[in-house]
Design a protein around this ligand. Structure first.
Ligand code: GDP
Length: 300
């Protein structure tokens, strides 16, 4: 697997060594745990997450469940798998819809994370399921952002609400609020609000995102994060959690060379579920995120 290459290769190698032995000694366990630790660090998983993870695996690997197991190595593999699935959220978490439409979904994330592309992908996916999403262009920071969303909306066959001259131009909070009103009027059952990206974590834009959140009371605030971001994932995710308190995560660019550390770090540090995996530049390259599949992909 390209995505988790380093991590999976490493673990596979470690487990291959384990499988050749009948019974695990504490030294075996320590050796294995060291390999897991190295593999996770290589995969850019945050250090604190790695520490917690390996401590848990070590404790369980030295415990009764392994010493009683017919195949201790396999049992350790099972433990690693379970712990990975646990950190990645356990069950698949679906998008939550409002009891009274429209369902409001707000997007947040760094510039270039894949937010606008995701807006189009989500609109297309929802349309396939019979929804009638309205895309709202509340990213007024970048001159071309509204155009870009327009292009994506057109490709997705979705309607867009963009600021008109004299109608709240320059005020993204008002555009977002008016967009939700427009959805209500025109009976769109879902509203997807694209907000301004930023190059780094930026207090002013974070406040703007928080204001949009307060004004539109979204059912979901999805934080889009580039899986290639590596060690920065933790700080970025933390800043967005503090700033806008997102309800779910979209992991983008999983088709690239990302080693997947971001998935583990973000899920573990924020406790928020990863809901979608974005796997390409095309509007059909979007999948629901499955913790168990991702864990076995890491272990395969
Ligand atoms: P935004 O600034 O957060 O709105 O990011 P964009 O949606 O404009 O995406 C930035 C770049 O990443 C664009 O060139 C997209 O085509 C590309 N992109 C977005 N999502 C993915 C993905 O899942 N995989 C790949 N390979 N590229 C992506």
């Amino acid at each position: 697997m390209a995505t988790f290459g380093t991590l999976s290769d490493r673990l596979t190698e470690t487990f291959r060594n384990l499988r050749t032995k009948g019974k695990l000694s504490p030294a075996d366990v320590d050796g294995t745990v060291r390999e897991i630790r190295r593999a996770l660090l290589d995969a850019d998983v945050a250090l604190s997450v790695v520490k917690d993870f390996t401590a848990t695996v070590r404790e369980r690997a030295l415990g009764d469940e392994v010493s009683r197991a017919l195949n201790p190595a396999q049992q350790v593999v099972q433990i690693v798998n379970e712990e990975l699935v646990g950190i990645l959220g356990g069950q698949q978490r679906r998008l939550q819809f409002a009891k009274n439409p429209p369902t409001v979904i707000m997007l947040a994330g760094l510039q270039g994370s894949g937010k606008t592309t995701f807006a189009g992908k989500l609109a297309k996916m929802l349309e396939k399921d019979g929804h009638t999403p309205l895309l709202v262009a509340a990213d007024l920071q970048r001159p071309n952002a509204v155009n870009q969303l327009q292009v994506v909306a057109e490709q997705a066959g979705a309607t867009i609400y963009a600021p008109q001259p004299g109608n709240g131009v320059g005020d993204p909070v008002r555009v977002a609020r008016d967009g939700v009103e427009q959805a209500r009027r025109a009976q769109h059952d879902v509203v997807i609000i694209d907000t301004a990206g930023r190059l780094g974590v930026d207090a002013e834009l974070m406040k703007q995102a928080a204001d949009i959140r307060a004004a539109t009371e979204p059912d979901e605030v999805l934080f889009v994060i580039d899986a290639m971001i590596g060690q920065d994932a933790v700080n970025t995710a933390k800043a967005f959690q503090d700033g806008v308190d997102f309800t779910g995560v979209v992991l983008s660019k999983l088709d690239g060379d990302a080693r997947g550390g971001a998935a583990l770090s973000v899920a573990s540090m924020t406790g928020r579920p990863i809901i979608y995996a974005s796997t390409g530049e095309g509007l059909d390259d979007l999948e629901p995120f499955h913790p168990d599949r991702m864990a076995s992909r890491i272990l395969d």
